[in-house]
Write a protein of this length. Structure first.
Length: 416
């Protein structure tokens, strides 16, 4: 049995606000030294799957640079390995990807070239550890045409997922994509699919004739329920979609807990990444660090509490970083306070500035659905003036400079 994996990594990540101004969601740093896509790539190689295609579309440069030829994941192979595939335009073929299934349809040549029997479809923006081999064995044992990984979710969250109804053998008898009425059960699709290659190719080509924006949840899976063998495979391990600001912030901080929900230090299931050649973290004589992840290259001379610092972050003497996620090369000036924030790469916080003060009652005026839990997000290379006071649920766009702050007091819910 020949298995190939196709990773969907082209998402714009709009719910992650300014963190995706210059990168696709799977390329966003996570838990210090990793990127979100590292978890899915590592699951593949740890499961013995070495034929991997990564489908990119939105701002792929950071992702392409990170994955490169796949060496950190042992995917730089003469036979097999990783292929980065972007949409293309030509006189007689090619187009932008119009949906998740359309993206796979445009890359069926990868499946044919590898003479695959089974195709594992994965998302590149979830945090989890999963051995795909038991799921593949389940697929074979049930002689399935399609197997969908599922997990139980709270009833109030079912409108975010495709919801399955199954019989006693776990065969799917009904599938509803993001139901508005919460009456379809709580068994949710994780966006992990195993297809028989011939069934996948036939169904994609047939549906594409009338549906150009083909999507797995809206079109492909429902079309197979009645005329193919579709099964649900239950996964009970840790799995999080970090597609919102709050989920991203909360999941990062959970990784710093004394007993995190996902063990990043498991020698039997290593999460591989492109290592940045930096010196060891340096902790100054005045520093105080509590329940935090401090990456290589960081210099901490102030206080860091319940936070995650990516490589090369600098925390000045007298500065306090509390319940925050600081991405690569952020610089926190003397006496500054960063509380309940996400700071993107190369952010500069001036001396004495305060980011994240006041109450969290006012949602962000620009993105009220995504910034409403008290987290302030600062975009890449933004510079916060010395002495500024920034409230909660504030969004500061990438590249903002001191001149963009008309007033040093930025109220909660504002956008700069």
């Amino acid at each position: 049995m020949r298995v190939v994996a196709i990773l969907m990594a082209g998402g714009a990540g709009t719910r992650l606000s300014v963190l995706c101004d210059y990168r696709a969601k799977p390329a966003v740093p996570f838990a210090g030294k990793f990127r979100i896509i590292d978890f899915t790539l590592s699951n593949c190689v740890n499961s013995g799957i070495y034929n991997v295609a990564v489908l990119t579309q939105y701002r792929p440069h950071s992702l392409n640079e990170h994955i490169a030829i796949g060496k950190p994941w042992d995917l730089d192979r003469h036979r097999g390995g990783v292929q980065l595939r972007q949409p293309y335009l030509a006189r007689d073929a090619g187009d932008w990807y119009k949906g998740t299934a359309d993206a796979v349809r445009q890359n069926l040549d990868f499946v044919i070239e590898k003479r695959a029997d089974r195709v594992l479809i994965l998302s590149g923006d979830h945090i989890y550890k999963m051995d795909y081999r038991p799921m593949l064995a389940f697929h074979e044992q049930h002689r399935a045409d399609l197997t969908v990984a599922v997990r139980t979710v709270p009833l109030e969250e079912t409108d975010r997922f495709g919801i399955m109804t199954v019989d006693e053998s776990m065969r799917v008898v009904e599938f509803t994509e993001k139901p508005r009425q919460r009456d379809k059960g709580t068994l949710a699709s994780m966006g992990i699919y195993i297809f028989n290659a011939d069934i996948l190719a036939e169904r994609l080509e047939r549906l594409h004739a009338t549906i150009p924006d083909l999507d797995f949840g809206n079109h492909v899976i429902p079309s197979l329920i009645n005329d193919a063998r579709v099964y649900a495979y239950r996964f009970d391990g840790y799995w999080v979609d970090v597609g919102t600001v709050h989920a991203y912030w909360e999941t990062n901080l959970q990784m710093a807990l004394p007993v995190p929900p996902l063990d990043l230090y498991d020698p039997d299931w290593v999460i591989h990444t492109r290592d940045q050649e930096r010196p060891a973290a340096k902790i100054g004589p005045q520093a105080r660090i509590v329940t935090s992840l401090i990456s290589n290259g960081c210099v901490v001379r102030g206080t860091v509490e319940e936070s995650v610092l990516s490589p090369d972050v600098y925390v000045s003497p007298g500065a306090i970083v509390r319940r925050s996620v600081l991405l690569n090369e952020a610089w926190i000036g003397p006496g500054a306070l960063v509380d309940t924030c996400i700071l993107d790469c190369q952010t500069v916080v001036g001396p004495g500035a305060v980011i994240g003060h006041g109450d969290a009652q006012t949602a962000n005026v620009t993105q009220p659905d995504w910034l409403n839990t008290g987290i302030t997000v600062v975009g890449e290379r933004a510079r916060i003036p010395a002495g500024a006071r920034i409230g909660r649920n504030v969004m500061i766009h990438s590249g903002r400079t001191e001149e963009d702050f008309v007033h040093l007091e930025v109220p909660g819910g504002a956008t700069v």
